[in-house]
Design a binder for this molecule. Structure first.
Ligand code: KG4
Ligand code: ZN
Length: 341
């Protein structure tokens, strides 16, 4: 089965074709970074308009790149949530209209399920069950994953998500948008430990996180009158270290708690080099293995949506026949994935 995947939940437009039994045939991505950079963050209305402009072009590019035509597509999957309402509606309208015109089944997909399953697309995929650390711009969750659709929440952030903490701290330090990668780059030039930041909830004996206090601590340190550019790199390094320390400790505790030896990391923060190095080292000491999506598939993309859709169809999801109706769910927790969109 060839599934066309469509992702428009935030500031990336992504399309992809996944074929059951063969794998990912190709994917195309357009990032809106340049569009939003001048505003210092994502402007939802501009995001929606740009998705409208890009989707037909990206689809044409994908078909050319994979040597396919629309007649070769068997089903359509699209991100129905969570995300920006207007941006989601663009992807939904596009996918549902295509399905109606081509008389294909269409399936709304949960964005976080896409992230969660994306490491299964790699050359050496994990096998169920595994522990998943989902670290994106909007979510930070530890889960026990038993199979497609079977996600048991172990713990999550009580305030800011890890990516959100990176973005907000980057803004405080004047690094602009998108903050996470910029902060990580600056951290490479700094020394952790010169400034001392808290490791929130490190010893809370549960799997919950809290990152909002870190930015206040960063703001206090950066407000010192003699704060220099060299200090900024050291502070960035310490901030990154604090987030990484907590994510690593809780992920390892989750492995211990579940008795599992496979950890899957998904979501944009999973691209962070320091996080990967520290997780790999800590897991190896416990004879556990960490699985990541390919770097290009860590942040938002259409491939993970086509793939999650294909797995859902393979597991018996009927999909809707394209009836021209479309719906999105901007707020949609992964634990409510069984309830209809
Ligand atoms: O998964 P994603 O693309 O979008 C959401 O679904 O939220 O994640 C984006 C988040 C942003 O907060 C971004 O700053 C963060 O991932 N991010 C990083 C890095 N690359 C992306 N954070 C830290 N280090 C990175 N290298
Ligand atoms: Zn995402």
């Amino acid at each position: 089965m060839r599934v066309l995947g469509i992702e428009t939940s935030c500031d990336e437009t992504g399309v992809a074709l996944y074929e059951t039994g063969r794998g990912l045939l190709g994917h195309c991505l357009h990032s809106q970074i340049d569009l939003h950079a001048v505003y210092g963050g994502v402007v939802p209305e501009l995001a929606s308009r740009d998705h409208i402009r890009r989707l037909p072009l990206l689809l044409r590019e994908l078909l050319a790149k994979t040597g396919t035509t629309l007649a070769d597509v068997d089903a359509v999957a699209y991100t129905a949530g969570p995300g920006l309402a207007g941006a989601l509606l663009v992807g939904s309208a596009f996918a549902e209209s295509l399905a109606l015109a081509l008389d294909l089944p269409v399936l709304p997909v949960h964005h976080l399920e896409g992230h969660l399953l994306s490491p299964l697309l790699s050359a050496t995929p994990p096998a169920f069950p595994f522990v998943a650390l989902l670290v994106s711009g909007g979510h930070t969750q530890l889960m026990r994953v038993t199979g497609v659709g079977d996600y048991h929440l172990l713990g999550e952030t009580v305030d800011d998500a890890a990516g959100e903490a990176f973005d907000k701290t980057a803004k405080l330090l004047g690094l602009g948008y998108p903050g996470g990668p910029a902060l990580a780059t600056l951290a490479q030039a700094g020394r952790p430990g010169r400034f001392r930041l808290p490791r929130p909830m490190l010893h809370s004996k549960d799997f919950d996180f809290s990152f909002s206090g870190l930015k206040t601590a960063v703001l206090n340190a950066a407000s010192a009158p003699d704060f220099t550019d060299a200090d900024k790199a050291d502070l960035a390094a310490e901030f990154q270290e604090a987030v990484v320390d907590v994510l690593v400790a809780k992920s390892l505790a989750a492995l211990r708690h579940t008795g599992l030896r496979q950890l899957v990391v998904a979501g944009g923060v999973g691209a962070n080099r320091r996080l990967r190095d520290q997780l790999d080292g800590a897991a190896a000491r416990r004879k556990a293995t960490v699985f990541y999506p390919e770097l290009a598939l860590c942040t938002d993309n259409g491939a993970m949506i086509a793939f999650a859709g294909a797995l859902r169809f393979a597991a018996g999801a009927p999909g809707r026949t394209g009836d021209g109706a479309f719906a999105v769910r901007p707020r949609w927790s992964l634990q409510e994935i069984g309830t209809p969109v």
